[in-house]
Write a protein that binds this ligand. Sequence first.
Ligand code: SF4
Length: 720
Amino acid sequence: MIKPLASELLKSCLIENHIPEGMQLSGKLHTAPEKSDNASPAMKSDLPGEYFHAGEPGTIQPQDWQTLRQKVEEFFAENGPLQDAAKHGGRPYEYRFQQLQMARETIQALIDKRNLAIEAPTGVGKSFAYLVPAILYSKLTNTPALVTTETISLQEQLVNKDLPLLQKLLNIKFKSALAKGRRNYLCLRRLSLAAGEHQSDYIPHPSMEGDIDRIYAWSERTRDGNRDSADFHIQNESWGYVCCEAGNCSFPKCRFQRECFYRKAREEWAKADIIVANHALFFTDLAMQIESGDESGGLLPEYGSVIIDEAHTLEDNAAQHLGLHLTYNGFNAMLNKLYNPDSARGLLMRKGSNALELRSSVTQLKSLAKEFFGQFQEYLLECDDPIRPVTRGGIFTNSLQSPLMDFRCELGDYAMEQTDVDFRSELESLVNQCDMYIDYIHAFINMTLPDSVYWVEEDSRQLILQTAPLNVAEILAQELFTRDFPVIATSATLTVDRRFNYFTNRTGFTRGITRQLSSPFDPEKVTLHVAKNMPDPFDEKYEQALFKALEYYISLSDGKAFVLFTSYSMLRKAADALESFLFHKNIKLLMQGSDMSRSMLLSEFKRDVRSVLFGTDSFWTGVDVPGESLSNVIITKLPFAVPTHPLTQARCDRIKLQGGNPFFDYSLPEAVLKFRQGTGRLIRSRQDSGIIVILDSRINTKRYGKTFINSLPPYPQSGE
Ligand code: SF4
């Protein structure tokens, strides 16, 4: 029964203090034209004659597909258009068989409308290998391709480098667009309230006025109203008062609809052949489609194919974005919009028959909310842990729901009385937000979401009530992988021990094929050192042995090393232990957790060639340092996650319940994937070479150690 489940999950998409992207129920901004410029596929297509598609997608002839395959082959062939890349600012051309192979697999999967999971190691040139088939397929079928990525850096690469370059290299014109969630765009109607004569009724602190003035000035010069393009820093809180918000858009009656940035952005998406989005927006859109039961019911235009890059994070991304996320700060911010007792500001300062009572209700709700969320804080204090699962209902008191329901009704009446349309729209949006808080608080307290994991978490900034679906595979199998469009999932790390089982089991990947490409880099350029005499990491002698081994291997490469730890405390100890050794060697130590940011650490690591960088978690993935600076990757310990996170615990419990083995079926493959990501930092270009050092003896002493080694390319091992 996927629909009710999905529907419940969708309800859980409330994110902090705004109505989620996926939750707008009325007044939806349907601004995308009815593909008027797409009405005739033949009109839109500007492919060379042989591609000319004069009918519905079903009328495409076999020879059209054949031509498509041929075009892909020609593009990547040794004397094909790709060899001109350098002339247009791209990388010098290198024929890469693996790239051609990936492009072939991709175009065939698109033509056959089947799914493809393809592992493409660093250096394959995977973005071109999927973009070229996707562009050609999109033009021929007249359906856009959606490319979704995990990281902003990859999105930027696609939008700013790869797609413009392909525009020059391909003999066709195509359109591409970067799609962002609506909260990234400035809403001119809300800005007019924030900067207008009743400003003090709208923004809760006088301190925000300067920010609003700057945003107002920027609104007159910005072309896209996109927060990221602002040339000054905008506080999150101020932006929350002027951004586009689901459930708070008066289109088509809005007087700003002609200039509306979000409307214009969506029109661009609707015209695009390639839409680039991130996983968060992709899953929000998917959730909206599930909820509405309508494939066109999402935020994004209907697409004809999906390419999921960085697909190794698919399960976690789906879990994160299909779950409930509720914060005390968000709830408080919603109340502040209505009335802030400290500054005597807010929407309820306007005249209205029950304004006074409502203001007093807000003050009361604030103290009830403190009490309500306080019980979760106490729950965390009981175990002195910043994160704790909630495994049964009835532990917490729902003291907020009933007063919030009463308040919501009175607020609705107050909104109805208002004659100013913009002001009323703002109030109605807050009434909707109250409704959703009522629903979500009820869902969390009574644990009504089926097959979900619940937990309470406190980070440095706020208290969070969170849920995530336990079985993402079931949802994705039904709602993504069996739809009538092909899905291409790709990453440098999808396999464990050269098999796709783990990926397919965890993500529900189905109705397709899997392919693993070899690395285009020469494995002989890497030497694998597996330290033989290291004690077990749980042995008391391990620490001293580790420090000695680090000195030895850092000397071996004369610095230029990336040392990866699994805990910050060990990183610190190692940094202290090696301080004088590194000083005498005149090697600079860069360390995660110092006062340098991640990007500062990386740029210094690249600049000072002999420097050494000690990093934990986030440095195992997504770090790209080609060249001599990174000649040595040292793995201090195999990266097994401590299963303390409630979602990890619940996944392990589920595996056990189903007769599986949580270690072999979950912890080990997760560790292998992370290990592959970590070791993958070394070789980033054909010119790179170096050593990989493993200082965890379990790789030799435990049977599962082979799984780690077998998952690496066939690097020669040092005989030491
Ligand atoms: S400017 Fe108007 S149409 Fe655009 S998002 Fe705001 S309310 Fe909606």
